[in-house]
Design a binder for this molecule. Structure first.
Ligand SMILES: NC(=O)c1ccc[n+]([C@@H]2O[C@H](COP(=O)([O-])OP(=O)(O)OC[C@H]3O[C@@H](n4cnc5c(N)ncnc54)[C@H](O)[C@@H]3O)[C@@H](O)[C@H]2O)c1
Length: 284
């Protein structure tokens, strides 16, 4: 997600510091951004010059302290884990200028809880980009309990400069996007678990019957089954309502390491280096 976010800011003319713990991850990120920009040049959406200036707008850092020193806005997109985000927000609160807005791309962690670890809770906000970031139009902008009107309006205005459509929502578990999407995915997994239909049948019903571009089980594979499980747990614990209990099949698959496309197998099998899907025999 980090490389996609850097891509859209750099393409809109902003000077970007792209930070990761690992040099290799940064190199891979720049290669991905370059490849994605090449595709845009081939489709004549941008020129070769646009591509070069977007790439020139990005500087990479493995030191967070150094990377955030002159930032006006920081968009954190590290691993979805509160303890990791807590450490990052404590660090960037110390090392970034006083006026800097601290945004997070979290899919499910409370913005209010993240804001509370900083000394500027009024300047902490959710900027939930969708995957793949350069293509998807939406930014779900999440106001924490302490986020100020000023911070919110700066981010809503900035989203327009990124040529995105932003929607402002309040900070409750799952916000809007995942509060609706994840229970649907969880229900699709329960439908499979109960033997109502096979993987292909369930996905076909939702694709052809509901005009979804992708079936819920394939989408779960692309999001990552571990991510789906962790968001269901946030909803379950946050609302204390059994309707959000994660399906036992989802729990089993995550425990067994079947996390979807990133591990090569989830509800479908993924051949290495190819986007082609091979339907898994496990559930058919
Ligand atoms: N994957 C999606 O479809 C998606 C969609 C919307 C939002 N998100 C959110 O975006 C965030 C990132 O998701 P992802 O799928 O890109 O995760 P990822 O695990 O693929 O990438 C996270 C990156 O953060 C880096 N990182 C971890 N700790 C760090 C630290 N202390 N300092 C610097 N870098 C650090 C890791 O090296 C890794 O490169 C999460 O909060 C996730 O919920 C993901």
């Amino acid at each position: 997600m980090g490389n996609g976010i850097a891509h859209v800011f750099a393409q809109s003319g902003y000077s970007i510091s792209l930070i990761d713990r690992f040099e290799a991850t940064l190199e891979k990120a720049i290669a991905t951004i370059s490849k994605n920009l090449d595709q845009m040049v081939q489709k004549e959406k941008i020129t070769e010059n646009d591509k070069e200036s977007a790439l020139n707008n990005i500087t990479t850092f493995t030191s967070t302290e150094e990377g955030v020193q002159h930032a006006d806005l920081i968009v954190e997109a590290a691993t979805e884990n509160f303890e990791i985000k807590k450490k990052i927000f404590e660090l960037i609160d110390i090392h970034s200028p006083e006026h800097t807005i601290l945004a997070t791309n979290t899919s499910s962690i409370s913005i209010t809880k993240i804001a509370a670890v900083t000394n500027r809770p009024d300047k902490v906000i959710g900027m939930h980009f969708m995957n793949p970031v350069p293509i998807m139009k939406l930014i779900e902008v999440i106001r924490g309990y302490t986020t100020s009107d000023e911070t919110t309006s700066i981010i809503m205005e900035m989203s327009k400069k990124l040529k995105k459509v932003s929607v402002e929502v309040n900070d409750y578990p799952g916000f809007v996007a995942n509060r609706i999407l994840m229970p649907m995915i969880n229900e699709a997994i329960t439908t499979l678990h109960e033997g109502v239909g096979s993987v292909e049948e369930i996905d076909t019903v939702m694709k052809l019957g509901m005009a979804h571009p992708m079936g819920p089980l394939q989408l779960a594979d692309f999001i990552g089954l571990d991510v789906c499980l962790s968001i269901m747990n946030v909803l379950y614990e946050g609302f204390g309502n059994s309707k959000y209990a994660p399906c036992p099949l989802l729990i089993n698959m995550v425990t067994a390491g079947y996390l979807g496309a990133k591990t090569g197998e989830g509800f479908y099998k993924y051949t290495v280096g190819s986007k082609n899907l091979v339907v898994s025999k496990m559930f058919t």
